[in-house]
Design a protein around this ligand. Structure first.
Ligand code: HEC
Ligand code: HEC
Ligand code: HEC
Ligand code: HEC
Ligand code: HEC
Ligand code: HEC
Ligand code: HEC
Ligand code: HEC
Ligand code: HEC
Ligand code: HEC
Length: 317
């Protein structure tokens, strides 16, 4: 169950501030302090002579070089102001002069093999640590569970050119999250397999502050409102659980065998989970006359605007 939206917003603001104050590097806990096998760009200013420039790599790695020219990282070649440690091949692989001098000794260049996932991600984040999308990778379930940038992205051999992906969604996600796949084959589901909605419309694969790596709207409300704006209100008469417990009080997000992605096969059973008279509940039970006729079984035939209404306190229209 999600927290109350207001409380959540304050919490979010607080956490966001902390993240800014501490700087994301430290969030990797330890890994940031350890020295990488080959120094990263920021520590390399003093060793400028160890950089050979990407053209020097072309001599022996012609194929890699040619492909590289067609990728977005080629842009790093055009940005000369910050020095060679931020440009081309060596922005990721570190200084290459020693490697070249030794005729291509692979122990003298950073090659992303046999290093920790945290070290890999840190290297990418030297340039990609920005904005809400990317600033929280350290706290993501992916980082914590040793999934790194290059499990999803391929700098040199991307199957999916846009965003340099190892493969496109949703297959990319299913390679590790096979357990959620059947949910998107259920009779009622978000059409992810058909490409109408992406996993990453709802989840931030790069991490964030909401549980399950869920995204939120610009106003920090539930991600569902980004597309289902008509459910957002505010309404004169709110149906309390929509705001307090959120959409998942009644719906399952991925897919369901029940129409409207509902948790229950019959709507009345769903409503009666809360609307039963018990002594210690402040949720009103159904009026006694509801029990007198079969027609009261189909709750939403009368209580039509179950997400909130501007005209009816009992959601008739
Ligand atoms: C004189 C030729 C030569 C030049 C110039 C050269 N390399 Fe290499 N490089 C090699 C050879 C040969 C290997 C393979 C070594 C092996 O497999 O034992 C290699 C391996 C590598 C590897 C590791 C691949 C692996 O499988 O582990 C990386 C990364 C690499 N080079 C990057 C670069 C970069 C970046 C540059 C430019 C700064 C560069 N190389 C310039 C010859 C060269
Ligand atoms: C944005 C970071 C980045 C840049 C820039 C980059 N590489 Fe790489 N390179 C990688 C990563 C990551 C790997 C590990 C393989 C993988 O995950 O795709 C790699 C692997 C390699 C390898 C090992 C063989 C292979 O294909 O797996 C060679 C050789 C290599 N790079 C050379 C180069 C050369 C030459 C350039 C410049 C033309 C370059 N790289 C630019 C990130 C980069
Ligand atoms: C679990 C898989 C996964 C991991 C791990 C991951 N990414 Fe991504 N990333 C994606 C997907 C999928 C997209 C494309 C999203 C879309 O289609 O809108 C993307 C998009 C991007 C983009 C382009 C769009 C943008 O928001 O700027 C960048 C840059 C990027 N990722 C960098 C990184 C870096 C750097 C890391 C590691 C710190 C990383 N990613 C880790 C899956 C991943
Ligand atoms: C030296 C800085 C630098 C480093 C290090 C770096 N990148 Fe990038 N990356 C860039 C730039 C610049 C772009 C192009 C942004 C643009 O198009 O505006 C880019 C673009 C991307 C994109 C988006 C591709 C697209 O289609 O929009 C992805 C994904 C990405 N990088 C992943 C990585 C990964 C993974 C690593 C680590 C292996 C990495 N980057 C390391 C500078 C860097
Ligand atoms: C290389 C494997 C791998 C890939 C690819 C991958 N994930 Fe994950 N993901 C994991 C692991 C491991 C965890 C942490 C353990 C878990 O919760 O299953 C995780 C956690 C998550 C969580 C948090 C679950 C929770 O319980 O908090 C979400 C959401 C998620 N991934 C979404 C995605 C999406 C969306 C994609 C595709 C863009 C994706 N993942 C791609 C391995 C992967
Ligand atoms: C319409 C929004 C939406 C889409 C699209 C979506 N998810 Fe989710 N996902 C959620 C929500 C909401 C939860 C949290 C459910 C809960 O806590 O009850 C969740 C939970 C998860 C979890 C945690 C484990 C679980 O089953 O509860 C994983 C892993 C996950 N999603 C992966 C994916 C992958 C992979 C895709 C794409 C194939 C995807 N999601 C598409 C909204 C979405
Ligand atoms: C990226 C946009 C997007 C997001 C985010 C999104 N949805 Fe949807 N949703 C859709 C689309 C599009 C459909 C229509 C599906 C179809 O026709 O196949 C839909 C359908 C539904 C339906 C079924 C409607 C019907 O008539 O059967 C429900 C219920 C629903 N979404 C709930 C949610 C919930 C709950 C969330 C948040 C966890 C959410 N949606 C997030 C786009 C989105
Ligand atoms: C108190 C239970 C409850 C909550 C909470 C709830 N819904 Fe619903 N929702 C329903 C019921 C019941 C239906 C089916 C109404 C019908 O069949 O007439 C429905 C239908 C829908 C539909 C499809 C029909 C339509 O009205 O467009 C969408 C989309 C939807 N809900 C989205 C959401 C979103 C997004 C949230 C969170 C903001 C949410 N719901 C919260 C009970 C709920
Ligand atoms: C998760 C619990 C929950 C579910 C499920 C639920 N409700 Fe409610 N409902 C509430 C709460 C809490 C209130 C607000 C009570 C208050 O304001 O004191 C409420 C208020 C109402 C009211 C207005 C009562 C009044 O006197 O203002 C109606 C009518 C109503 N719900 C109908 C439904 C219907 C129909 C369904 C099934 C589609 C449903 N509810 C499902 C918790 C729930
Ligand atoms: C045939 C139309 C109809 C159907 C179907 C119906 N109701 Fe009602 N409901 C009413 C009327 C009429 C009222 C009284 C409205 C008023 O007081 O103004 C009411 C009032 C309520 C209230 C408010 C009680 C209070 O004390 O404030 C709740 C809760 C409620 N209904 C829940 C349900 C649930 C749950 C179902 C399905 C099991 C359902 N209703 C089916 C017509 C209907």
């Amino acid at each position: 169950m999600t927290a109350h939206p207001i409380r959540k917003r304050i919490l979010l603001a607080g956490v966001a501030l902390c993240a800014v104050l501490f700087g994301a590097g430290q969030l990797f806990g330890g890994a940031g302090g350890k020295k990488s096998p080959v120094a990263g760009p920021r520590t390399q200013q003093a060793e400028a002579t160890k950089y050979a420039g990407a053209e020097a790599c072309q001599a022996c790695h012609a194929e890699v070089y040619e492909k590289f020219e067609a990728t977005p990282h080629w842009k790093t070649m055009l940005e000369t102001r910050r020095g060679p440690e931020w440009q081309g091949c060596e922005a990721c692989h570190g200084p290459g002069a020693d490697h070249i001098e030794a005729g291509g000794d692979k122990t003298k260049i950073f090659n992303f093999k046999g290093v920790s996932t945290k070290t890999i991600s840190e290297r990418c984040l030297q340039c990609h640590l920005y904005g809400e999308e990317h600033s929280n990778f350290a706290r993501s379930a992916h980082n914590v569970n040793d999934v790194s940038c290059v499990d999803c992205h391929s700098v040199h051999a991307a199957k999916e050119k846009q965003f340099l992906l190892v493969r496109s969604q949703p297959e990319l996600c299913y390679t590790c999250h096979l357990e959620v796949k059947p949910q998107f084959d259920r009779p009622f589901r978000h059409r992810v397999n058909q490409g109408l909605v992406d996993c990453t419309d709802c989840h931030n694969q790069h991490g964030g502050f909401v549980t399950r790596q869920l995204r939120s709207t610009a106003a920090q409300d539930a991600v569902c409102f980004t597309c289902h704006t008509d459910k957002a209100g505010p309404f004169v008469f709110e149906h309390a659980p929509v705001k307090t417990e959120g959409c998942m009080a009644c719906h399952v997000p991925h897919g369901s065998s029940n129409p409207r992605l509902l948790r229950r096969s019959q709507i009345n059973l769903l409503c009666l989970e809360c609307h039963t008279l018990t002594v210690d509940s402040d949720v009103p039970g159904i009026p006694a006359f509801h029990n007198q006729s079969q027609k009261y079984q189909a709750c939403t035939v009368c209580h039509v605007t179950v997400h909130g209404s501007n005209v009816s306190s009992v959601f008739f229209k």
